[in-house]
Write a protein that binds this ligand. Structure first.
Ligand code: ZN
Length: 171
């Protein structure tokens, strides 16, 4: 996603040591991600930045929720997100690393932008499947789905038959 100006940290003006930053990720942030499934959301990103002469270590913690549609009933739901990510920036003229966690930045740079890393932290910690907690799906959709599902009590489950066959064979 595009870098957002509010996630820029002018580190050149910071003393060596630890600095904390808090970012509020509102609906406009989730729209700006360009992810079609994101309908909005609310989260906080807490960043602890450790500065030393040639290294910046950012520890990002994201916590909140994203508004999405349920994979099961397609009604709106809030997907909780919570995760941590560590990112190391090395002030170096050449790209010294093939490690994702370590990126090189221009030694003359004065600022870094964290939008990409905050987004990455969210993406990596987002569950693959997002569904309402049990019993909270749209009841109308649940009823419709139940009608088309084949109920095992309507006949023996073919998997049990296969398992029984296997058991007899081994007996
Ligand atoms: Zn649902």
């Amino acid at each position: 996603m595009e870098a957002l100006p509010e996630h820029t940290i002018a580190f050149s003006g910071l003393k060596d040591g630890t600095h904390a930053f808090d970012f509020v990720l509102g609906p406009s942030f989730f729209t700006a991600t360009g992810v079609e499934d994101f309908m909005g959301g609310q989260a906080n990103a807490h960043v602890v930045l450790e500065k030393s002469s040639h290294l910046l270590v950012a520890r990002i913690h994201v916590e909140g929720h994203i508004d999405m549609l349920c994979d099961h009933c397609n009604a709106p739901m809030q997907q909780a997100i919570k995760g941590d990510q560590r990112q190391v920036f090395k002030l170096s003229p050449e790209n010294v690393s093939d490690d994702d966690e370590l990126v090189s930045i221009d030694p003359d740079a004065h600022e870094i932008n964290l939008t990409h890393y905050i987004f990455e932290c969210i993406s990596l910690n987002l569950p693959y499947r997002h569904v309402h907690p049990a019993g909270q799906c749209d009841p109308e959709v649940e009823n419709a789905l139940n009608k088309v599902l084949v109920h095992p009590e309507n006949g023996p489950d073919p998997r049990w038959a296969a398992l029984n066959k296997l058991k007899k064979k081994n007996a």
